[in-house]
Design a protein around this ligand. Structure first.
Ligand SMILES: Cc1cc2nc3c(=O)[nH]c(=O)nc-3n(C[C@H](O)[C@H](O)[C@H](O)COP(=O)(O)O)c2cc1C
Length: 215
């Protein structure tokens, strides 16, 4: 029986930490990167719409540029890859239609049978004020980040989730505005440096009593 004492998942969640110093020499293999990107791709999202794009950045020059827009955090350049999540702005009917076509195609369905679902999503999404809608698409990206972090921990790959960057500058550097995208979240992935002191810090979390309310 799996218990908290013998759960590999819990062991891996305890093993992971927000890596401050990566080993710049140690890179992920293609196969490892593929598993992590697949974990992002398989992430659930509201209605299944996945209203974001994900940039997988290896290019050192581009990362040096982005580092200047990230308070010079060393993870940006030292990690094996930098993942930038960009939520879609002004998400609407066009994107919903493309999702509907994907469902019909994937499940070999008559698209007409999806009219009700399409209308329901359109009514819901189009009724939101623009700022609320943009916030909603960003929230979906956070779910993908959570999955990425768990998948990385499962493979003993290190990661650092990051909000410490200037989104406007990222949007400029990556030319996101013209694509109706906004950089909302970053994750550095790779392998920890043996000298990263923070790997030895004891985890600080709320107690069960403080966090959970059992009704
Ligand atoms: C959304 C988000 C943004 C974060 N931004 C940064 C960041 O910009 N730089 C950084 O070094 N750590 C960042 N962190 C890491 C957190 O500080 C860290 O996850 C938290 O202190 C818990 O520690 P642990 O992940 O090592 O267990 C971020 C974490 C999350 C989830």
């Amino acid at each position: 029986m799996t218990t908290i004492e013998n759960s590999t998942f819990i062991d891996n969640m305890n093993w992971r930490y927000a890596t401050k110093k990566f080993n710049a020499e140690k890179k992920l293999s293609e196969a490892e990167l593929e598993i992590l990107t697949e974990a992002i791709r398989l992430s659930p999202s509201s209605y299944g719409l996945q209203p974001y794009k994900v940039f997988v950045i290896t290019d050192p020059e581009l990362r040096a540029e982005l580092q200047k827009a990230s308070f010079m955090q060393p993870q940006i350049t030292d990690a094996s890859q930098l993942i930038v999540f960009a939520n879609q702005l002004n998400f609407g009917s066009e994107e919903i239609q493309s999702y509907i076509e994907n469902i019909a195609d994937t499940r070999k369905m008559d698209i007409k049978n999806l009219d009700g679902f399409s209308q329901m999503m359109n009514n819901q999404v189009n009724s939101l004020p623009e700022d609320v809608k943009n916030n909603w698409t960003a929230k979906q990206a956070y779910i993908a980040l959570g999955n990425l972090l768990a998948a990385a921990a499962n493979l003993h790959i290190d990661a650092c989730p990051m909000e410490g960057f200037d989104a406007a500058k990222y949007n400029e550097i990556l030319n996101l505005k013209s694509e109706n995208l906004n950089a909302c979240l970053v994750a550095a992935i790779g392998y920890r440096d043996a000298d990263d002191e923070t790997q030895h810090y004891t985890k600080v979390r709320k107690s069960k009593q403080e966090l959970f309310i059992n009704l």
